[in-house]
Design a protein around this ligand. Sequence first.
Ligand SMILES: Cc1cc2nc3c(=O)[nH]c(=O)nc-3n(C[C@H](O)[C@H](O)[C@H](O)COP(=O)(O)O)c2cc1C
Length: 174
Amino acid sequence: MATSAQNPSRVPAPAELDGATLRQAFGAYPTGVVAIGALRGNEPVGFAASSFVSISLEPPMAAVSVARTSTTWPLLAEAPVLGLSVLSHGQGALCRRLASRNGNRFDGVSWQATPDGAVLIGDAALWLTARVNAVYDGGDHEIVLMELLTAELFSGVEPLVFHTSQFRELIPHG
Ligand SMILES: Cc1cc2nc3c(=O)[nH]c(=O)nc-3n(C[C@H](O)[C@H](O)[C@H](O)COP(=O)(O)O)c2cc1C
């Protein structure tokens, strides 16, 4: 039987795609992290999401994939405008806090609300505000397509990077 060593153009049969392998595979793809937040009454609600992806320039659109098990998303989905804060390097602990299942996620977190109730995180690398445009089936997640309304870029603020379940920083290459 031919092996990949004898025939380097052939890769071995891929490993079975069980849940653990797939989690590792997705984790091998580096991403940033956004905090998605909105006011509910006077209180901020939100969570951290690494699935943020840019979609369209005209019209301006982005998307995020949200677990169907999320208890926070149904609250955010009712908000007229969402805040998306691209977390900056050094905000790893804050990110974990914004994903935690215990306690008030916003305790000790610097945040502010826009007049239309979008919640934005202090010292982030980028602020966006957005309106939900459509929600599509994404298996055990929902794909939330958003129309982007505003952007405020804090140039020079390095983003947080999430890779293999760890927070990392960008290093200039070359
Ligand atoms: C780095 C990181 C990235 C995450 N990305 C997502 C994501 O893209 N989509 C998602 O639904 N949950 C994501 N989560 C989990 C949520 O932040 C949150 O823990 C989850 O929604 C459960 O809380 P909830 O029931 O309040 O929604 C992520 C968590 C971490 C730490």
